[in-house]
Write a protein that binds this ligand. Sequence first.
Ligand code: ATP
Length: 346
Amino acid sequence: MREVAIIRGDGIGPEISEATQQVLETAGAALRWQEVILGQEAKRRWGSELPAESVERIRRIGVALKAPLIAEPRSGGLWIEGHGERRRYPSVNNGLRRELGAYANLRPVLGFPGVSGRYQNLDIILVRELTEDTYAGIERQPEEGRAEAVKLVTREASERIARFACDYALRHGRRKITAVHKANVLHLTDGLFLESVRSVVAQYPELCFDDRMVDAACYLMVKEPCVFDVLVLPNQYGDILSDLAAGLVGSLGLVPGVNIGPGVAVFEAAHGAAPDIAGKGIANPIGLILSGAMLLDHLGQREAAERVRRAVARVLAAGRCQTPDLGGHSSTRELTRAICAEIECT
Ligand code: ATP
């Protein structure tokens, strides 16, 4: 039995985390869940969405399954106290990642027969840098009617994310790394990112390298996404392109992910808390369920992970049970039951 932190999250979080736990347990996962409270529930109980004690528990446990937390538009950001200082982050998700030292966000975008139309063979990996870029949260308003944000890029963080992507590519039999940037306009910042990624990939003779401007990358992603294999992106482009890629395969609700840092892995779906459909029982739980399968791989429970992935693919291919985002009328619970039934009968 391996201890895993579970964060039930906000919005659709509680519905999809219940579904995910049910599927993982049906697949025979050997996990002992430890509930950790963050987000709106933490604010209700303790007055902070990001209590230092909750972050510390996740760090101690080392592996977490996290449902989405609401990123509220706010002025002033969000504060956390610990290690003798107060730190400010632009959102609770951003704050959690950075408090944990998570620097890499990995999102595999996979097409599914039955729901992904002409993108059903898509199989690409987006690797997003998590600590820098405009999402470092360095914003200021020097005067009324003028606001500024700093786009932070360092060689150290750019090389670190490139090494992460290359090591992942080698371990998973991938061949090509594509750096996404806008270095023809942002000469210093994106230029440094591009050169850093290029120099790291050059140390991996098994891999080839190319690069795309972010606008051209968006165009190609829609027109001919199979030219991509592993994409390495600065924080903001990574955020945007992963939602775009999710749209291609049929729904934001299908894409899993993980945030990795030293000694910590937080598995979470690519989507947000979807407050517009929260509580209606119609959220698609597959993104979090597949994040759970990645978690099982991470813990060496590969057979259970495969059982989950096979069942999801079969249920989607059969096309009988689909939540509204996929064009169907099924509820979260009906889809969850169908996946569990598929696991049980194979
Ligand atoms: P964040 O910035 O927190 O990542 P977001 O702005 O990307 O959030 P989401 O909360 O991901 O927004 O929602 C975007 C749209 O996708 C909404 O209409 C939402 O209902 C839909 N959506 C997101 N996740 C799911 C899901 N699991 N099932 C069904 N619909 C979803």
